[in-house]
Design a protein around this ligand. Structure first.
Ligand code: SAM
Length: 471
């Protein structure tokens, strides 16, 4: 068998996918993106939906670039740089908290930016320290340094705009997740074996960080008991929706699913960010219900009203371990989004059983929206990038393409978020993002079965489950 050069193969994938990406820009009459400007690019607009061909070309280009980087970089420099990666992460949280995006937007000349002394003055911070942080973030692509000491916005920093989903992901999720993950090595090597090996939600890295014995999630939990935390975490979770909501909104036939149903019910729906995205994407659907614990009501109603959707999206108090208030009252599309991954298979099955009771004998349907993680297998075989992308020619419906040689099965970039969330869950609540097999096990314990899985243009999968008639 001929020896295939990994570099040549990945370079071919990169060249092909960039050609396709550029052709897509031309087709949609967009300019090329630039790292030299403070203007946002139209493809970054939260309302823009990336066409399937362009989405896959971008996924392939970024994935091949990542693999090429791994081949070309020095492993010793990689370990040194990764050891210090917290500097970028905490720097990002800090600039979101300080509202640096807004300070730079106020520049007299947005392309030139603002001098560091003025940024420091406006944010009441030490200018020398802030300069170091902004310079690192500029190096990592979060801002531009236009001339020594002058910082300006760019495509990435626009995602930190105050009040946006990206702003809350950076500000709130980094606080929770970086803190509990910092204790993960201690939790996994804890001298007390009963703590170290525990799968209980109150013996976690989060418990070590918070110094508190309450589990993070649930009706009697740290996030529920501490004033303000449920809202802060809810906004952070809503923020994480930047990497999944659009795919969920546009790759699932919601309008067809909702036909003949009384409402779409988001169980454990937090502040209603997904329902609001769906309501905006599908004006034909008249009723959405967000169910969550009472402590979430105020923040959810505030968020729903801020989107002008009060009435079409309504909040209902519901403990998902108790009989659902929709039971016996009509036909619904139920969904559980990023909820079951917080719980063990047994607890997840208890939550699902409450929905199962609503499905029996009616036309209701049930969707689980969570990442389904797969092993990170890379092999040297597969269709070429051109053959792989050809499948999407003229397609408006999203179908994931097959990975070309040396591209991981989960395409690296989109797979990364699923694996990152998995480690966050381990640290936060001793729970896991599921594989297909563990999803099947939980669903079976609830007397149900998987009907089908839809891949989306985002990191989550939409799994439809139904009552198993054989149980
Ligand atoms: C990880 S968050 C997911 C929120 C939302 N679905 C999203 O995707 O942003 C888990 C949600 O489950 C809710 N929750 C936790 N325990 C609950 C319970 N026993 N009954 C109802 N909701 C609960 C929390 O309040 C929180 O909103």
């Amino acid at each position: 068998m001929a020896v295939v050069s990994e570099i040549t193969s990945l370079l071919e994938t990169l060249t092909t996918s960039i050609e396709v990406f550029k052709a897509e820009l031309v087709r949609q009459a967009f300019p090329e993106p630039s790292l030299m400007t403070s203007k946002p690019h139209p493809i970054d607009d939260p309302a823009y939906v990336t066409p399937p061909m362009m989405y896959e070309a971008r996924r392939l280009a970024v994935s091949s670039l990542e693999r090429l980087k791994l081949l070309l970089e020095s492993p010793s420099e990689a370990v040194a740089s990764t050891s210090l990666a917290a500097a970028e992460i905490q720097g990002l949280r800090l600039v979101a908290e300080l509202g640096i995006h807004e300070v730079l937007e106020d520049a007299t000349n947005a392309e030139e930016g603002v001098y560091i002394r003025l940024i420091a003055e406006k944010t009441k911070t030490d200018s020398l320290k802030l300069e170091g942080i902004l310079r690192l973030l500029a190096n990592a692509g979060w801002f531009r340094e236009t001339r020594p000491g002058y910082f300006a916005n760019n495509r990435r920093s626009h995602t930190l705009k105050a009040g946006s989903k990206g702003h809350y992901a950076a500000k709130n999720m980094i606080y929770y997740m970086a803190n509990c993950i910092s204790k993960l090595p201690e939790a996994m090597t804890h001298p007390d074996e009963s703590f170290r090996m525990s799968r209980s939600p109150d013996k976690t890295a989060w418990n070590l960080f918070s110094g508190n014995e309450l589990p993070f999630h649930g009706s009697h939990s740290w996030v529920q008991e501490k004033p303000g935390e449920a809202e802060k975490f809810g906004l952070g979770m809503g923020g994480m929706g930047v990497a999944s909501d659009k795919g969920v909104a546009f790759d699932v036939p919601w309008v067809d699913l909702a036909k003949g149903k009384d409402a779409i019910v988001d169980v454990g729906g937090g502040q209603g960010t997904l329902c609001c995205s769906l309501a905006a994407a599908c004006p034909e659907i008249k009723q959405f219900i967000v169910q969550d614990l009472p402590v979430t009501r105020e923040a959810a109603e505030k968020y729903i009203s801020s989107k002008g959707l009060t009435g079409r999206v309504k909040f209902e108090e519901q403990n998902f371990f108790e009989p659902n208030r929709c039971k016996g009252k009509g036909n619904y599309v139920f969904m559980l989004t990023k909820v079951l991954h917080d719980w063990s298979d047994e607890e997840g099955a208890r939550i699902l059983s409450r929905i199962r009771e609503c499905l029996e004998g009616g036309k209701s349907q049930m969707l689980i929206i969570d990442s389904i993680n797969s092993p990170v297998i890379v092999n040297g075989e597969g269709p070429s990038a051109r053959e792989s992308l050809a499948v999407l020619e003229g397609q408006t419906r999203y179908i994931p393409i097959e990975p070309p040689p040396f591209i991981p099965q989960d395409f690296g970039m989109t797979g990364t978020i699923g694996h990152q969330v998995n480690v966050c869950l381990i640290a936060n609540c001793n729970a896991f993002e599921r594989t297909y097999e563990s999803m099947e096990n939980m669903v079976r314990l609830a007397g149900m079965r998987i009907k089908g899985v839809t891949r989306t243009r985002g990191y989550v999968h939409v799994t439809e489950v139904e009552v198993d008639p054989g149980v």
